[in-house]
Design a protein. Structure first.
Length: 98
């Protein structure tokens, strides 16, 4: 990104060859874990995860998708961008200019 007197760049490396962590493995504890787990067990609904760059959104979301993707559910994602391709999940990239 251009700045006054300098430029900076951030590079994120996403290794798609590694397996995904399960929801139980990513480190949520206590009340946060219980609330998320309860919501993931529902048959309907929407889950929105937000946060700044580097806060674990991608890890959290893909671990949830990996856990829920049992072949019985219809899972649709809206992503910007699609960072990993998941078999059995309908993924849509919402910003094609990138």
């Amino acid at each position: 990104m251009p700045g006054i007197g300098s430029e900076s760049t951030v590079i994120r490396y996403l290794d798609s060859t590694k397996g995904f962590a399960t929801f139980d493995d990513i480190g949520f504890r206590g009340k946060t874990y219980e609330i998320l787990k309860k919501n993931l067990e529902k048959n309907v609904g929407i889950t929105i995860i937000t946060g700044p760059t580097g806060s674990g959104k991608t890890t959290t979301l893909y671990s949830i998708l990996h856990t829920l993707n049992d072949g019985e559910r219809k899972i649709i994602t809206l992503e910007d961008p699609v960072e990993y391709q998941l078999s059995g999940v309908q993924q849509s990239q919402i910003n094609y200019t990138k």
